[in-house]
Design a protein around this ligand. Structure first.
Ligand code: HEC
Ligand code: HEC
Length: 186
């Protein structure tokens, strides 16, 4: 009895993230088809999850599951996940390394995007170089078509966010494309 208690206590003192990342890797099979085995998606229709912040990934999976963020592919993919699964998956994907995007970009348009981002002070939330922090997502190196879609969704109200809604409200399609080229190139 005494021995059993000691074993349990030892297990509890091990860092929990170790368990979570390992469990997350095992649970990520069903995500790999769209998001890539290491969270670097091979199709630009799907966002990469590698190197995204843990807090943000967790919140987004939960939002798809609860229906506050809508996408038919994602709501099907997350329907069976428990809260522990979501935490493990967030731990796993946040620990992977995001590779630079291979999207074709134009230096003049990137410059334009950089100027718009500076004026709008996007980095106040997204952090220098758009590397993200906690609930503020990393957007550097993200897939170009995905960024364009998200900014349009925020602007048009298809994706609801108190913060990004007003930010994207007055952006033109051209400005959105310039911002997306800039972000994908980082
Ligand atoms: C059939 C394809 C598909 C599968 C399978 C899938 N996803 Fe997704 N996922 C998507 C698409 C498409 C989006 C972008 C939706 C949108 O446009 O808002 C997305 C978005 C996400 C996001 C938000 C990313 C961001 O930057 O905001 C997270 C997190 C995510 N998926 C996690 C997962 C996890 C975890 C799994 C496995 C349990 C999974 N997905 C399985 C297609 C898929
Ligand atoms: C006041 C803080 C704040 C500012 C300023 C801000 N953002 Fe965001 N941004 C957020 C938050 C929070 C989210 C996540 C929203 C959610 O939970 O759905 C987000 C989400 C995004 C996303 C979607 C990321 C993904 O993976 O789906 C993009 C792209 C983005 N922001 C770009 C920008 C750009 C470009 C600017 C400047 C023009 C900007 N943001 C300014 C806080 C901010």
């Amino acid at each position: 009895m005494k021995l059993k208690l000691i074993v349990c206590a030892a297990a509890l003192t091990l860092p929990t993230f170790l368990f979570s990342a390992t469990a997350g890797a095992a649970k990520s099979d069903s995500c790999a088809h769209c998001h890539g085995t290491d969270g670097n998606s091979t199709s630009s229709a799907y966002p990469s999850l590698a190197g995204q912040t843990r807090e943000y990934i967790y919140r987004q999976i939960k939002a798809f599951k609860e229906g506050s963020r809508k996408n038919s592919m994602m709501s099907t993919a997350v329907v069976v996940l428990s809260d522990q699964d979501m935490q493990d998956l967030a731990e796993y994907f946040s620990g992977q390394t995001m590779v630079r995007s291979t999207a074709k970009t134009d230096p003049a348009i990137i410059e334009q995007g950089k100027r718009i981002a500076a004026e709008a002070q996007c980095v106040a939330c997204h952090q220098p170089n758009f590397k993200g922090l906690n609930e503020f997502p990393r957007v550097s190196r993200q897939k170009y078509p995905y960024i364009v879609k998200q900014l349009k969704d925020f602007r048009d109200g298809a994706r609801v966010s108190d913060v990004m809604g007003p930010t994207a409200q007055n952006l033109t399609d051209e400005q959105i494309e310039a911002l997306a080229q800039y972000l994908t190139s980082l």
